[in-house]
Design a protein around this ligand. Structure first.
Ligand SMILES: [Zn+2]
Length: 142
């Protein structure tokens, strides 16, 4: 665990926050999960103070940023479970299957989901085929 002193660019409010690692801080910042505890601004910066290192046993469970990150993951998991139950997985054949449903009017009671590249999604959209992308959390094996 790393403790960072963060500062809000908008109101200059200073506060401490805990992160699993410096990479996690960058990740949360990128996803805009960091916000000022006082004015809710997203313009949060690390102060230049050296981070204090701690071992993972002293993880502060009340840390709002970590909880929010976990909730975000939980939401995605719930969404994934819904998709797994109600959609057919077609793996990398997603673009092919989506086209065959669209053009051959294949009767399918279920929607499909699978893996497609950004280019494939773009092409499908240009052809008027509806496809949306969602963030996907890999199932951990343990
Ligand atoms: Zn602020």
């Amino acid at each position: 665990m790393i403790k960072y002193k963060l500062i809000c660019k908008d109101c200059e409010f200073c506060f401490d926050s805990w992160f699993a690692s410096s990479q996690e801080f960058e990740k949360l910042k990128k996803k805009r999960f960091l916000n000022c505890h006082k004015c809710n601004s997203k313009k949060i910066q690390k102060t230049l103070m050296a981070p204090k290192l701690m071992n993972s046993f002293s993880l502060k469970k009340t840390d709002t940023d970590i909880i929010r990150y976990k909730e975000f993951n939980k939401k995605i998991k719930e969404y994934q479970n819904f998709i797994k139950k109600n959609f057919d997985y077609v793996g990398k054949n997603f673009a092919y299957e989506a086209r065959s449903i669209h053009y051959d009017n294949k009767k399918k009671t279920k929607g499909i989901y699978g893996i497609a590249s950004k280019d494939e999604i773009k092409e499908l959209k240009e052809e008027g085929i509806e496809a949306s992308t969602i963030p996907w959390v890999e199932d951990k094996k343990n």
